[in-house]
Design a protein around this ligand. Structure first.
Ligand code: EPU
Length: 336
């Protein structure tokens, strides 16, 4: 266990916001976490459990305790000729897990290559990309009850997964800490290639196999998303809004080219990137915060930006998207 007082959070948020926390505690075992909960956390303690901070926007110094998991095992719990079941520690880097699975020819998460963050946060956020969501491969989530210290096993069905949603972000927010996640992966490739032009892009690089899917997705992501080491960012800043069929049909009259994804008979999802782009924001900068010039859904720190500068830019974008389309954009990023 390591405890750092007055710790810098610069290396703990991919936006690269230079803030501090009163105390940073990192733990490597469940017993260490239990001890921390007993010693440092009570009903009135302000605390936040983070992953690698790839979905956080710190608006100011954090006046409380930041917890971070270093539980890093990847363990096969059972397997047969078709499936492999893995139990993975919350602190494992998500993309290290993807790389490990692809190397072992276990299929299911190759489309989620290069998503930043850690396994615990992935299960909270229900990360998704290129037609796959992590809930598709989750069997169960093991989490500790912060008050009682008891470990609960949540079956996938209990996690209330939806687009970037789970019970851990809502009803159970700040009540449980995820310790590990169990995944089911297939030994035969189970490739999901329906997303836009994905299959075409993969075939340009070679055959359809897990390695090639991973390679292609990495290169697509690298071409759209800025390297956080160059410009701090948190991937997609907003969620893609879901609107009514009626509103969609009205928009179609003015914007016949509007991209959209079918959700149900009554709803369509519209790419937030398109809405922001149509409002002319791509590449625009206010202070040290800017809209990425290759993907309008990504806000970037041009160097030394404060969280409040990024939040101000986001607010201006929300305002203009609402004025032009009467659509509210909700941040995918959590403001702290
Ligand atoms: N578009 C524009 N302008 C742009 C960028 C995109 O008009 O600057 C339009 C294009 O028509 C494009 C459409 O928006 O077809 C959708 O864009 P894209 O395929 O890049 O996907 P996205 O909706 O922007 C979502 C996820 C990403 C995920 C990709 C790929 C959300 C909020 N974002 O982005 O997730 O990687 O699909 O599946 O759902 C993340 O959550 O951090 C993230 C990167």
């Amino acid at each position: 266990m390591t405890i750092t007082q007055n710790a810098s959070l610069l290396g703990f948020n991919t936006f690269g916001i230079d803030v501090k926390t009163d105390m940073l505690i990192e733990y490597s075992t469940v017993d260490e976490l239990r001890e921390i909960l007993k010693t440092y956390i009570n009903q009135s303690t302000k605390y936040l459990h983070i992953g690698s901070g790839s979905n956080l926007l710190f608006l100011s110094d954090y006046k409380g305790i930041i917890l971070h998991s270093q539980i890093k095992h990847i363990q096969i719990t059972s397997e047969n000729s078709e499936f492999v079941y893995l139990k993975v520690g919350s602190g494992v880097l998500w993309d290290d897990l993807v790389a490990h699975c692809v190397e072992n020819a276990w299929s299911g998460i190759e489309n989620l290559s290069l998503i930043p963050g850690e396994v615990g946060a992935a299960a909270v956020q229900n990360i998704g990309a290129y037609g796959v969501e992590v809930q598709d491969v989750i069997e169960s989530v093991h989490a500790i009850d912060i008050n009682s210290g008891e470990i609960h096993v949540f079956k996938k069905e209990d996690c209330q997964y939806d687009y970037r949603e789970s019970i851990f972000k809502n009803k159970l927010k700040a009540k449980f800490i995820i310790l590990s996640v169990e995944f089911i992966l297939t030994k035969k490739p189970n490739c999901q290639l329906n997303y836009q032009h994905l299959e075409e892009e993969i075939l340009k690089n070679g055959d359809i196999n897990l390695m090639n899917i991973r390679k292609t997705i990495i290169s697509i992501r690298e071409s759209k998303l800025p390297d956080t080491k160059v410009y701090g960012n948190a991937g997609s800043f907003f969620m893609n809004p879901v609107i009514s069929k009626k509103q969609f049909e009205n928009l179609l009259i003015t914007y016949p080219q509007i991209p959209h994804y079918f959700i149900s008979e009554n709803e369509e999802k519209i790419p937030a990137a398109w809405l922001i782009d149509q409002c002319g924001w791509k590449g625009k900068q206010i202070g040290n915060a800017a809209v990425h010039d290759k993907q309008a859904l990504v806000l970037i720190n041009k160097g030394g930006a404060k969280g409040s500068e990024i939040a101000f830019l986001a607010q201006q974008i929300q305002k203009s998207v609402f004025e032009k389309f009467q659509i509210n954009l909700s941040p995918e990023v959590n403001y702290i």
